[in-house]
Every structure is written in C-alpha cells, then in structure tokens.
Design a protein. Structure first.
Length: 238
C-alpha cells in the first residue's frame, strides 16, 4: 500500500495541471485506484478529511471526472478516462489553435512575439487577479465563465472599479456580472479572452485550466480588436 500511496501522491501533483484543487486531485487519484467507492473510502485512501470528502466528490461529479451511482450509501464511479482525456485534448487543441492564430497575425518586424503558457485553473485565476490589479484604465473580459471570475476575483474587480478602471464584460445572456460593470450579451462564447489597458492579454480554455498570456502590446491589440468585433455585433449596451 505504501508504494500505491507514493504513486497516488505523484499523480496528484500532475493532476493539478487539469485545474483541480489539492483535495480534488487527491480524491480523483483515489477514485481512479478504486474505480467505485464511497466518500469515506476516498477520504481514507486520499488522506483528506472525511468532512471534506463528500463535497470534493460532488465537485468532481460537476466537473465531469466522476458519476454518482443510485442507492444508498451514495457511491461514486470513475468517469471513463478516455472521455476525460478526449475532453482535455480538445480544450488544449482549441487553446493552442487560438495561440498560433494570434502569433501568426503579428508582422515579422516590431516587438518580440512573447506568449507565456500557464497551466492549472488556480494558477490561471492568480494570473487574472494579477492583471486586474495592474489595470489603470480598462479591463475587458469576454467569457462564458462569469460565475468563476465574479466569485473568485470579486475583491480584485471591486478594487479596480474603485480606482476608476472601466470594467466591461462580454457574456452570454442571463449571466450576472459585478455591480457597476458594463456588459454586452453574446451567445456561443466558449473561451475566455481578457485585455487590460489594451497592452496585456490573456486567452484561456473553456474550463480556465490553461491559458496563454502576453504583455506584448501588438498581440494584445489584436485580442482587443477581436473582442470589439464581438461587441459591435450587439445592438446595445446593458
């Protein structure tokens, strides 16, 4: 069992790349080991508090890593690993396709074409917080993941608006945005695009678990212009 525990620990660290929290990564690795288990068994194997195990497993279900079985006690079954793999491969292909498109449209001369790749949802959100904190004039956030950004970065956005920064959201209909932020409604958004002061840009995948960041003004302006094209297709500002 000691060898198995060491293996789970190593896999747990790798799983953080998928945007899982520490407990979620530990719980998922334990579920892979058991295939089907209740929350207490997962807690024992993953070495996470029993009081947290059920909430962790529910979160894994919501994120598509596990399924709940019928009956009592409630059991959790591993989602098909091939399905999970294909989903993340698709998201990564989409992300890097956008990064390559962004890189290719830059002229051959001028500022260096610098794009930094970041993995892990927590790390991506930390980078978003950093960008928002650096904003001096304008933040444009084009995203279907409004709830994640609104809840995780509320304080950062509130402080930016208190500094007089113009905060603009481009979101699907019926998504609540922070108070005092401007909003445009747009159907069919998949990725998250953010531009700060038209000089820094971030493009994230659908689950906010990987992103490309650039502080190159030329690249950032291309992202800004792309978002403006989306905005201009809308009739009015809410």
């Amino acid at each position: 069992m000691e060898a198995t525990a060491d293996r789970i620990d190593k896999i747990t660290e790798m799983l953080r790349i998928l945007g899982l929290s520490s407990y979620e990564a530990q719980g998922f690795a334990a579920l892979v080991y058991h295939n089907v288990a209740n929350a207490d068994t997962i807690a024992d194997t993953a070495k996470i508090p029993r009081t947290s195990a059920y909430k962790v497993m529910e979160s894994l279900v919501q994120k598509g890593f596990a399924r709940e079985t019928e009956g009592r006690p409630k059991m959790f079954k591993l989602e098909d690993l091939d399905i999970i793999e294909k989903r993340f491969q698709g998201e990564m292909r989409e992300l890097f396709s956008k990064l390559h498109e962004l890189q290719d449209i830059m002229p051959s001369k001028g500022d260096p074409q610098l794009i930094y790749t970041i993995y892990g949802k927590n790390v991506v959100l930390e980078k978003l917080a950093e960008l928002i904190n650096l904003a001096e004039q304008e933040i444009i956030i084009c995203t279907p993941r409004v709830k994640d950004i609104r809840t995780e970065l509320k304080k950062n956005l509130d402080n930016a608006m208190k500094r007089g920064v113009n905060v603009i959201f481009v979101t699907p209909p019926n998504k609540r945005v922070p108070q005092n932020a401007k909003v445009f409604r747009k159907e069919g958004l998949i990725a998250t695009d953010i531009v700060v002061d038209r000089s820094k840009a971030l493009i994230a995948g659908a689950e906010l678990d990987a992103c490309g960041f650039s502080d190159n003004p030329g690249l950032s302006m291309h992202v800004y212009q792309f978002i403006q094209m989306i905005i201009e297709r809308k009739d009015e500002l809410s």
